[in-house]
Design a binder for this molecule. Structure first.
Ligand SMILES: NC(=O)c1ccc[n+]([C@@H]2O[C@H](COP(=O)([O-])OP(=O)(O)OC[C@H]3O[C@@H](n4cnc5c(N)ncnc54)[C@H](OP(=O)(O)O)[C@@H]3O)[C@@H](O)[C@H]2O)c1
Length: 325
């Protein structure tokens, strides 16, 4: 069996805990960077080591990154200071002549357009065409962080390997972790409170999606690829989308959600309707229409070229079978 290099895992939450399971099953020595002692105890009982800290403990992050050959970050796609602290740790390793891999988690929301629910002909981004991703405005979601990472990747050249993962909408429930996904939880909370599921405008905008366990295997595929890749091979294209092959309009998402919640007796009717502007306050405030009304369309060409295939249940089946949880 191969002896693996050590991993620092920052932010093992809904997405990350599934990746952590895969890493531990593959016998990677993992240190999790975690803010809650009760979560640290769970990770330790699974076989990981732990360091207690928060994303604002920048010196601690840098010091920890400097001690591990591999860093995986699934804490936040938008927290620039902690990402700069990670890159500072990678820089220390580079200066010491030590190898480094950094897998950062961004999100396919970075490719959003300004549909506001009105249309579904948003551009489909492919991860084998990095020039299109580079052309996304720096003001789009997650882009300020991704651009800082790309600049560092160019600075490091062939002395460190840097990857940016861009998962589509993540769904699926792992009963071992009892954690829920962010955006869908938001939609569920609104529906339970107000008795109907909502969408922006006409809800025609399309989102790709990926099951959380398929996503965890995608991280492993990319990690193994990165470990074997020649130095410098990822500098010109650090991007990997992860999507499971289907797209849904946000109106369809709301309709399925309403039906699912109605079927388990949580809302009185299976009703989905366009939100009024006054509803936005209970969803994402002023960001409701730009985010939940955008097209976020992408294709994970590179993962499929590496042999990864989505094998988990689709989103509607997952909701039907897992909704009682
Ligand atoms: N879920 C999706 O649909 C989706 C789609 C695309 C991209 N993403 C990206 O994937 C990443 C993970 O998402 P997720 O759904 O797994 O989120 P999550 O469940 O909230 O996980 C985030 C993890 O980071 C930890 N964390 C957050 N802030 C921290 C802080 N200040 N200090 C220390 N730890 C902190 C959280 O700790 P606690 O356990 O203490 O809360 C949690 O373990 C994010 O970057 C997200 O933008 C998610």
């Amino acid at each position: 069996m191969a002896v693996h290099e050590s991993v620092l895992f920052i932010g093992a939450g809904y997405v990350g805990q599934n990746i952590l399971d895969e890493l531990l099953a593959a016998k990677y020595p993992v240190t999790t960077f975690v803010r809650r002692p009760e979560q640290a105890a769970i990770f330790e009982s699974s076989g990981a080591q732990t360091v207690l800290g928060s994303l604002s403990d920048l010196e601690l992050i840098t010091a920890q990154v400097a001690q591990h050959e591999i860093t995986i970050n699934t804490a936040s796609a938008d927290d620039l200071p902690s990402v700069e602290a990670i890159l500072a740790g990678v820089r220390q390793r580079v200066k010491a002549g030590l190898p480094s891999i950094y897998l950062h988690t961004s999100g396919a929301g970075a490719v959003h357009d300004d549909s506001m629910g009105a249309h579904n002909d948003g551009k489909i981004y492919r991860d084998d065409t990095p020039t299109d991703i580079e052309a996304i405005p720096s003001t789009n979601l997650h882009r300020n962080v991704d651009i800082a990472i790309v600049e560092a990747a160019h600075e490091f050249g062939d002395t460190a390997k840097i990857v940016i993962m861009l998962p589509a909408l993540v769904y699926g429930y792992n009963p071992a972790h009892k954690r829920h996904t962010q955006i869908i939880s938001l939609l569920v909370r609104f529906a339970l409170k107000r008795g109907f599921a909502g969408y922006v405008g006409e809800g025609r905008n399309l989102w790709a999606a990926v099951h959380v366990k398929d996503l965890a295997r995608a991280f492993m595929t990319v990690l193994e690829h990165t470990e074997k890749a020649p130095p410098g091979a990822l500098v010109e294209n650090p991007y990997f989308f992860a999507e499971g092959g289907t797209e849904s309009s946000m109106k369809e998402v709301a309709e399925h959600l309403a039906q699912t919640l109605h079927d388990i007796g949580r809302i009185p009717g299976a009703k989905a309707q366009s939100w009024s502007e006054s509803d936005y306050a209970e969803v994402l405030g002023p960001m409701t229409a730009p985010i939940l009304g955008c097209n976020a369309r992408c294709q994970a060409i590179r993962l499929r070229e590496l042999g990864w295939k989505p094998t988990e249940k689709d989103m509607w089946t997952s909701w039907k079978e897992d909704s009682a949880s």
